[in-house]
Design a protein. Structure first.
Length: 459
């Protein structure tokens, strides 16, 4: 069994002096025969004019996108403009954000795997052995043995026949939903499903219906009417029910047993996006299907490799014929270069950690219970959260932004989430604790929330 807790010093990789490599050309560029060492301005024909002096430069023609400046100004006036925060440290419980050391409560790195030595070592070894890129789409020359190994490992982990990986969870939803549904079909989606599901539905030619959030009776009413009345083209050939496993803004869990019961009664397939349940719920982080014991009853499982797994990518788990069909027809899969070797190797290593270090998930849930209880005792509205995603509901967008800024002043990075990510009157600070936070760090965060909450009359 691999030792997952230690690894080669990352400084070892790339430390080889180029001059020690057999055949390496160690001459400076200027000493190489034929090397052009002139500055760009001295090269015959080089255009050394400033951009503003070149015919057709921006100031000499109207900007057809000038309206975007007005749109940005409008967002700023409504306190909906979100500047990017820049991190210069590693993605960890403590990091450096905008030049300031902070405790981070805004990372999806639930289990600390983004910096785990076993993953780092696997990625570096893959770069050394296989290079930095795959060089092609999977259907031409971009399928490496590593890709196939990762998919075999994921299928075994998820207890499904097969898995197909995509570049991201968003891409997986965009690649699955329109591929599997058409003009004579119906998609039924939870009203608070993730944007990637919504966009995937929009790409489909199928009819669509929305059921109230987590409302099994509401879902049944939609399905009953759909089977009784059909659509504009007659009876629906196929119906696909889609839900998140864990909802990313509220942290609540889909009532999957009831959803599966209703879907089976009306002959509908079930698709679950388990992005925020992967690595969090179920045995060793297998997700909501395992959490509820629903293996074999969920037809399409979408997962991510970018959150608790700590790396990058998405995947679809299900039957072999699902994988085979997506390979032939899913446009994001067909037209996107495959994951580079380092990413794939790190994902395989992450599965090792999930299987061999279950204590990380235990720590995650211990920290979740402690922090959630602390926020509630202070009087914050944490909504209906059941998972490490714990929102602090502020409602007002301007106040949510000020609260996030003040927390930053006190050394806590907790990002405000405003419209269109959430409803206009549901602005919030979304917090996510990880297995790697210490109790002292979480207590410090609670102290900062108490101070800022009282300053802004949130509590």
């Amino acid at each position: 069994m691999a030792d997952l807790s230690t690894g080669r010093n990352t400084g070892d990789v790339g430390a080889t002096d180029p001059s020690s490599v057999a055949g390496a050309d160690t001459r400076s560029p200027s000493s190489v025969a034929g090397a052009d060492t002139r500055s760009p301005s001295s090269i015959a024909g080089a255009d050394t004019r400033s951009p503003s002096s070149i015919a057709g430069a921006p100031e000499s023609r109207p900007d057809p996108l000038a309206y975007l400046a007005d749109e940005i100004a409008d967002l700023q006036a409504k306190h909906l403009y979100r500047p990017l925060r820049v991190m210069t440290g590693a993605q960890a419980a403590t990091t450096v954000m905008d030049g300031r050391p902070v405790i981070s409560l805004s990372s999806n790195n639930y289990l600390g795997l983004a910096t785990h030595p076993h993953l780092v070592r696997a990625a570096l070894d893959a770069v050394r052995d296989l290079g930095v890129g795959s060089g092609a789409v999977r259907t031409i020359a971009g399928t490496m043995e590593l890709h196939e190994e990762l998919e075999r490992r994921l299928a075994a982990f998820k207890h499904t026949e097969a898995v197909l990986t995509f570049q991201s969870g968003f891409t997986a939803n965009s690649g699955v939903i329109p591929t599997l549904t058409g003009e004579r079909d119906l998609i039924v989606s939870d009203e608070l499903n993730h944007a990637s599901i919504i966009d995937g539905v929009r790409l489909s030619k199928a009819a669509r219906a929305v059921f109230p959030h987590r409302d099994v009776d509401g879902l049944e009413a939609v399905l009953r009417e759909a089977r009784a009345k059909g659509g504009p083209n007659g009876a629906y050939e196929h119906i696909l029910v889609i839900t998140d496993g864990v909802f990313s803004m509220d942290g609540d869990i889909a009532p999957l047993p009831g959803i599966c019961d209703v879907a089976e009664r009306y002959g509908a397939a079930v698709m679950v996006d388990d992005a925020h349940a992967s690595g969090v719920l179920g045995r060793n982080g297998r997700g909501t299907i395992d959490h509820f014991g629903l293996h074999g009853r969920v037809d399409i499982q979408v997962g991510t490799l970018s959150k608790a797994v700590g790396v990058l990518g998405g995947y679809v788990a299900g039957r072999q014929h699902l994988r085979d069909y997506l390979i032939q027809r899913s446009r994001p899969f067909l037209f996107s270069t495959s994951h580079p070797p380092a990413v794939v190797a790190a994902c395989i290593a992450a599965l090792d950690v999930l299987e061999q270090e279950p204590d990380r998930i235990d720590r995650l849930w211990d920290n979740t219970r402690f922090f959630k209880a602390g926020l509630q005792e202070l009087g914050f509205d944490t909504g209906v959260s059941e998972t490490p995603i714990t929102p602090v509901i502020v409602r007002d967008s301007e106040k949510a932004g000020r609260m996030s800024d003040r927390l930053m002043d006190l050394g806590v990075f907790a990002q405000a989430v405003v419209f269109p990510t959430v409803a206009i009157d549901k602005a919030r600070i979304r917090t996510i604790v990880t297995s790697e936070h210490t109790r002292d760090q979480l207590q410090q965060c609670l102290g900062a929330f108490a101070t800022v909450g009282r300053e802004l009359d949130v509590i």
